[in-house]
Design a protein around this ligand. Structure first.
Ligand code: PBG
Length: 341
């Protein structure tokens, strides 16, 4: 073992010896006082899957602890629990009974999401209800838009449908609409659609940089929304890009987005940080299904400490610069937070 050099003069050594970061880590109270980032339930949004039918509460195999619920008492109970935990909001995804090439159920006044939103609003007028605006759960081919005869997604036809979906969700009582289809000019089309229907106060939370990610795998099982052919790489972004995220975000901001988003979160913390540095709008990050399932799977096997991992993950997303986090862990985290406050 090397012996430490004896300090001859405390004055001349003060520059080196005085820097001891461990001083502020000595006790839980000091650590808490100097903690830089926090995650509160009010910052979290929980995704909810609603499925047409009665008395349905089915667990999603690849997402232990997450269920598909019918828009009845099952949903009502869930909403009351979410509200009592102080969670900031929910984002609703629908599984319709019928799918067709135009995703008509997505804008049906009695579609499953519209039914669910009305029920949620009757149950709780306070909880912020966000509706995902997309077509993949509603089209029989599973793509996020309308196809041309060559099987390509037609951008400009699709955005008309997205606007129609958003207006229908607004009519049902949604507080925020969140377009996730990654069509060019979708924010503009939705803004115009909402405004001309009298919903100029309806905020748009844009999935402004959404990557073509394998981390959505469990969601596609949950929502039955995997494309029946091909992939989503012609509309979702290439995971190797970060400047493109700034370009996409800038366009959405110019078109009137009120909240911007980076999705997924964990492999894209650098993107969250870059977007945060460039834009001043509220920024959401989506801690997606695959990020949830990987942690759950390892925890079920006893390989990791789930609570500590979840704390670490959520704090990392906030530290990168997200204001709000959409996460399937919202209830677990809020329950623990409540018990310790
Ligand atoms: C599209 C949509 C998807 C997710 C949210 N909105 C799936 C996709 O793009 O394939 C994924 C969310 C998750 O993985 O948790 N409607």
């Amino acid at each position: 073992m090397a012996t430490l050099t004896k300090i001859e003069s405390p004055i001349t050594n003060v520059g080196i010896d005085s820097k001891r970061p461990r001083r502020l880590r000595q006790s839980a109270a000091l650590r808490s006082l100097f903690s830089e980032t926090n995650v509160e339930p009010r910052n979290l949004v929980l995704p909810i899957f609603v499925r047409e039918g009665n008395q349905i509460k089915e667990q999603i195999d690849s997402m232990p602890g997450i269920f598909r619920l019918s828009p009845d008492e099952n949903l009502e109970r869930e909403i009351l629990e979410i509200q009592s935990l102080g969670i900031g909001g929910i984002i609703v995804f629908g599984l319709p009974k019928i799918k067709d090439p135009f995703g008509s159920e997505a804008y049906n006044v009695n579609g499953v999401v519209q039914q669910a939103v009305r029920r949620i609003k009757q149950t709780s007028s306070e909880l912020v209800v966000i509706c995902d605006v997309c077509m993949c759960e509603y089209t029989d081919h599973g793509h996020c838009g309308i196809l041309n005869p060559r099987g390509q997604v037609e951008n400009d036809r699709t955005i008309e449908f997205l606007a129609r979906i958003a207006v229908s969700q607004a009519n049902a009582g949604a507080d925020i609409v969140a377009p996730s289809a990654m069509m060019d000019n979708q924010v503009l089309a939705i803004r115009q659609g909402l405004d001309s229907a009298g919903f100029e106060s309806m905020p748009i939370m844009s999935y402004s940089s959404k990557y073509a990610s394998a981390f959505y795998g469990p969601f596609r099982e949950a929502a039955g929304s995997a494309p029946s052919f091909g992939d989503r790489k012609t509309y979702q972004m290439d995971p190797s890009n970060v400047r493109e995220a700034l370009r996409e975000t800038r366009i959405d901001v110019e078109q009137g987005a009120d909240v911007i988003m980076v999705k997924p979160a964990l492999s894209y913390l650098d993107v969250i940080k870059a977007v945060r540095a460039e834009f001043d709008l509220p920024l959401a990050a989506y801690n997606v299904s695959g990020e949830y399932s990987m942690i759950k799977a390892a925890a079920i096997n006893g390989w990791i400490d789930e609570e500590r991992i979840v704390d670490e993950v959520l704090h990392s997303i906030r530290r990168a610069g997200a204001d709000i986090i959409i996460s399937y862990f919202a209830k677990d985290y809020a329950r623990r937070w409540k018990n310790s406050h």
